[in-house]
Design a protein around this ligand. Sequence first.
Ligand code: RP5
Length: 160
Amino acid sequence: MKVGIIMGSKSDLPVMQDAADICKEFGVDFEITVVSAHRTPDRMFSYAKEAASRGIKVIIAGAGGAAHLPGMVASITTVPVIGVPVKSSNSIDGWDSILSILQMPNGIPVATVALNAAKNAGLLAVQILSTAKPELAKKMQTYKDTLRAKVEETAAEMES
Ligand code: RP5
């Protein structure tokens, strides 16, 4: 039971690292690599084709600009794909990355998170896995409880 984290370029790593960090924090097995839809289409096809048989349960795919990677991977595999729009050097303002990943035609969904939001992609992947792993769901509940407690603490401080 593994999360596959892929990105179009090494330049996406500073953003995509957050997804890996969440997997580490939750003790979820993951792999991370570069797969480019434009520069290595054959590698992208093999990765997507073999993902399920290699035990990958969720794919997190990040890319910027004309970001085809998440959608193309989703078209090849039945493994759910979470797309991370990256504000890359070739991205005009980030909207190009967002819309390329978000606006998938009916039939091929990509669960798109916010711009550069690889952390949320990691959390969503953990939540997907936790539907079959009660101990992971428990960890996620603890994570959310911690977020709530922090806000309540801040609110109490502000009010006093
Ligand atoms: C996309 O082009 C990559 O995902 C990256 O976000 C962007 C720029 O890539 P590099 O030119 O930095 O390799 O395909």
